[in-house]
Design a protein around this ligand. Structure first.
Ligand SMILES: *[C@@H]1O[C@H](CO)[C@@H](O)[C@H](O)[C@H]1NC(C)=O
Ligand SMILES: *[C@@H]1O[C@H](CO)[C@@H](O)[C@H](O)[C@H]1NC(C)=O
Ligand SMILES: *[C@@H]1O[C@H](CO)[C@@H](O)[C@H](O)[C@H]1NC(C)=O
Length: 290
């Protein structure tokens, strides 16, 4: 996530990797070839029981606490008739400067009869806001009876996102995300854009979110981009093998540079230059016992 200033506020946006992508070789024509490394584990186990799914990481407990005044959204905010048929729902997090964007996102979800709820982030220093995104996803998924789709508040839905449906992939996935390298070396490395994540209701998905939130809550990472921290966990921390990933196509984070791609999820406007906030490359924290 990049913290970019607009109208004096901070947006939660995912496009820091944009500049880098122009250095990548052209994508091959191959269909997306998501990695399945093991079958999905889903026994509804609480996160504590998922410790064997991956290590815990050293962090500052204060940075791992939810900030006062943040209300985790719940599916109960969705109208019962919609809820009854839902197999996933969508949550977003916004600061005051992005209230209008969040309302537009909500309207786009309503047009597609999708359950949606947004949470307003209380005023926070930039470094707290950077760490908040994975923590927000972790708490929202824990409280959710259904798989969760996280979306940055400045995105909009343009068509029904079928890839979030239970049988959309050849095999069940824990986490779906946009990977700039999906079509490079068969997507064996992650270069994530964290604007959209599908998080299945599974122990591995929760374990990943916990590891990600702990990594962002490490004091050395307080000025790091959340998507770079996720890359680090996946590429260097062994998390590629701990869950079943799926790489979302360009249509699910459709930027103007993908001009010929018909959008399912739109990112309006060009991502700007990297400006503020997430400046320091993250480090992988030391593992710790329980
Ligand atoms: C989410 O997990 C469920 C339960 O294992 C599975 O049936 C479903 O296919 C998964 N969803 C996706 C999009 O892979
Ligand atoms: C990978 O290639 C497929 C097939 O051309 C395309 O649909 C998808 O958007 C590409 N993904 C990325 C991240 O470029
Ligand atoms: C965090 O930064 C300190 C001071 O620069 C350094 O000594 C320490 O090794 C760093 N921790 C990690 C996990 O890289």
């Amino acid at each position: 996530m990049r913290a970019c200033r607009r109208g004096g506020g901070l947006c939660l946006c995912a496009l820091h990797a944009y500049a880098l992508s122009s250095l990548l070789p052209l994508a091959t024509r191959r269909a997306p070839d998501p990695e399945v490394t093991h079958d999905l584990v889903n026994e509804g186990a609480p996160i504590e029981a998922a410790a064997e799914l991956g290590p815990r990481y050293e962090h500052d407990p204060q940075l791992l606490a939810l900030p006062l005044g943040l209300q985790i959204p719940t599916l109960r905010r969705c109208a019962p008739p919609l809820r009854r048929h839902a197999s996933f729902w969508i949550a977003a997090l916004y600061t005051d400067a992005y209230a209008d964007a969040a309302a537009a996102l909500e309207a786009s979800a309503a047009r597609l009869s999708l359950c949606f709820a947004a949470a307003r982030a209380p005023p926070l220093p930039a470094r707290r806001l950077l760490a908040l995104k994975p923590l927000f996803m972790l708490h929202t998924l824990r409280a959710s009876p259904l798989p969760l789709v996280y979306m940055d508040a400045d995105l909009q839905l343009a068509a029904f996102p079928r890839l979030f449906l239970p049988h959309a992939w050849p095999s069940p996935r824990d986490v779906l995300i946009f990977n700039w390298q999906a079509n490079v070396s068969r997507g064996r490395r992650l270069k994530a854009a964290s604007g959209v994540l599908f998080l299945n209701k599974s122990a591995p998905a929760e374990a990943l979110l916990r590891a990600w939130a702990e990594t962002m809550a490490h004091p050395n990472n307080s000025l790091s981009a959340d998507d770079q921290a996720l890359d680090l966990l996946v590429n260097d921390g062994g998390w590629r093998h701990r869950l079943a990933w799926g790489w979302l196509p360009q249509a699910y984070l459709r930027m103007p540079r993908f001009a010929r791609v018909e959008a399912v999820i739109n990112h309006p406007g060009w991502p700007g230059r990297r400006r503020t906030g997430a400046a320091r490359p993250p480090v992988l924290p030391r593992e710790r016992r329980a």
